[in-house]
Design a protein. Structure first.
Length: 244
């Protein structure tokens, strides 16, 4: 039996903030709808809005010539626009909606104003920034040293976590772009996972059949990412609870 997939009702970073701070950030209105494949930012462009996904998720993509590589995912656990925390209002990456859904959209100027001298807001966002940096370094290691099959298993698990579903649509061509490999490599890796009855894949429709088996097939990077998030973000939540 597959573990239950919980659909988030809010963004976890925003939900952890005091109501008065959260209210100022989201005063512009209700969550916005993000469409599949929508480009939210391009590398080198000014950051105009920060996004806090609820049930949508966003790919962080680096572009090299005609090639591209996904180096991160942002879902309900995080935010798009972390460079503002460093005082930089330029996007370092392309951000593309990979899973349609809702997100809170905050004007970049509003967030920058709230960050000034506001330790209550800055502390949890800085912890998340650390998590992002650690995960980016882990992805670089994964891309260089791990086999395509293990990397694909990791990517599918990360996508499942943020899609909040065991079923999603994804093509071999898109997977090849996201993993930075040739299409034939993705086909072989997906076929191997399917023969092990970990996934079912047909004409772009993918179903995760065995989560625990897929976790065993994935490289250690997936578990490392989850431990980093739990240790840094989770420990922050404990400190806030004790302080209250």
């Amino acid at each position: 039996m597959l573990p239950a997939v919980r659909i988030p009702q809010d963004n976890l970073l925003l939900a952890a903030l005091p109501a008065i701070v959260r209210g100022r950030l989201t005063a512009d209105g209700p969550p916005v709808d993000l469409s599949l494949s929508e480009i939210l930012s391009e590398a080198g462009e000014p950051i105009r809005h920060v996004y806090f996904p609820i049930d949508a998720f966003i790919s962080l993509i680096t572009i090299q010539g005609r090639g591209q590589l996904e180096i991160g995912l942002v879902g309900a656990e995080g935010m798009l626009g972390v460079s503002l925390l460093l005082g930089v209002d330029v996007s370092p990456l392309r951000a593309m909606v990979q899973g349609a859904g809702r997100a809170w959209r905050v004007d970049a100027a509003t967030l920058e104003h709230e960050l000034m001298g506001n330790a209550v807001l800055r502390a949890p966002l800085n912890r998340y920034l650390y998590v992002v940096l650690a995960q980016l370094m882990q992805t670089a290691t994964c891309t260089r040293f791990h086999l395509i099959e293990s990397r694909l298993a990791r990517w599918l698990l990360m996508t499942r976590d943020r899609a909040h579903s065991d079923h999603f649509h994804i093509t071999h061509e898109f997977l090849a772009l996201m993993l930075g490999v040739r299409r034939v490599g993705v086909t072989r890796a997906a076929s191997a996972l399917q023969r092990r009855k970990l996934i079912r894949y047909r004409r772009g429709d993918l179903s995760v059949l065995d989560v625990r088996g897929l976790e065993r097939a994935a490289c250690a990077c997936y578990a490392i990412d989850k431990r980093i998030y739990a240790r840094i973000i989770g420990s922050g939540a404990v400190r806030r609870k004790r302080a209250g």
